[in-house]
Design a protein around this ligand. Sequence first.
Ligand code: F6R
Length: 579
Amino acid sequence: MCGIVGYAGRRDAAGVLIDGLNKLEYRGYDSFGIATSDDGIHIVKKQGRISENGSSVSGLTGHIGIGHTRWATHGVPDDKNAHPHTCCTGDIAVVHNGIISNYAKLKRELIAGGHLFSSDTDSEVIAHLIEENLNGSLLEAVNDTVQILEGSYAFLAMSKDDPGIIAARMESPLVLGLGDGEIFASSDMTTILDYTQNIVFLEDGDIASVSSDKIIIFNSGNQVERAAEIVEWDAGAARMGGFAHFMEKEIYEQPEVFFNTLASVDDGEIIEEIKGSSGLRVIACGSSYHAGLIFRYMMEECSDIPVRVDLASEFRYFRPVSGELVIAVTQSGETADTIAALKQAQMHNCRTLAITNVLGSSVTRVADYTLYMRAGPEISVAATKSFIAQLAVFFQIVNHLCDGRYNYMDKMCHQVIEEVLLLDMEDAVSLCSGAGNLFFVGRSVFYPVSLEGALKMKEITYIHAEGYAAGELKHGPFSLLSKDTPVVAVCTPGNSRTAMLSNIREIKTRGAPVIGIGEVDDPDLEDIVDVLIPIPKSPVSGQILAVTVLMQVLAYRTAKVLGRDIDKPRNLAKSVTVE
Ligand code: F6R
């Protein structure tokens, strides 16, 4: 959840680290810190955001350094809990992403042995353990330390007496970038793509000794080779390019993202694996879970293969059935719950497929097969283009399994999404921004689309928004309806339309204003709603895209009116690498 970055080379390390942390801020932004090394270790760390306090660290000298931007898990966000953490003497500094699950016991033992702690974090134990184990080189001390650690970590360590950085990875992302006489380390490769596209993906258990011109990697005590891969992501895609927010930019990239992803899913072996399975089990979290739910409706409409969709964090309480193909959907490829669920499925002899956006991410190292979305780097914390890309993967899977029923998609997707981006939603935005509570309702496939719409709204506006199956509202939530509780209701042509019209009338009768989303020229709907947002006429697949994008835009514009921190909503982080 936090972001870490390291540098060894000819440049001023602080400048590179500040730049990296600015790009990593979406992973966590409640405090930050940097350590550099020349004739000793210099550290600045602070509560707050690097983007607002960068000048406080710019004076640090040295050509080697490590940095961290934090999303608090252990210990409140304040100066003392910010990374880097040091050992008792201050000669060893560590930045860590992940959770050391046995830290409490380790901390007790270290304190009993005379170590003095200065933070409430789990991470600080790493610095003290390295100090305890330091008998020769920093590399050996880190190697001894990781034998004792339990949990997940990507950490960078440096010491006053060592001329480089040691990087260690276990179940948390960590990459190295090879430049010309300089080497970069980061929890996210988008940080370093401006400097180099030559990326080494570390694997679980790897410990790398990094200096300005050399990397030596060990795993289980043996030296290993990890070939560098050329990553062709456009570094410019990770910049804002004239838009007010990354979220807005990413919303506008969706026509292209959908098209590119649709075109890229053509792996015959995976399609055969799906066809041969007795059932599909999708596991995912948040928006990715909603994409899985949408897939279920689409798939079960035209295929006999049953689809079950589970929240990854709940999957461990169910029994996977061998013969099922388990599909982990995770844009980041790093979500801890999803990866844990995938491993559990493998223990039950299930075949596994990952759908992810990030090349070489952790999930790709666990799954038997991987399908990549082609969304490019997504910086805004709220998922938009990665969600559309997940839908593109699923649409294409259904297309392959159901005799090309979505063959027309590539031609119409651009147009549908682009038309939605031009819609006027001012009345709807004004109703939403004045509300304390909102419902998003739909039937059939528009039920999960509504769940996603509500998630987007609550995530970036901080308005309580609940997604509901429209038919379920009367089984309890009706008691919440009033003139102050607007309901966003999806009512498009198709098998749910008649029932949906009745549900909207019931909602209106309870006094709640209704923002209707339906096709253009629908007088029946227009008559009963307070505000109508019309989407272009299209088959159901186009309607799904249109309503999804419309709800993203509605949330975005509402958050803008409310002056929210849209790309970095409070308390959130983009990549959730803790269970
Ligand atoms: C919401 C959002 C989250 C993620 C969830 C899973 O906008 O971004 O709900 O969808 O944290 O993340 P991934 O897909 O990376 O596993």
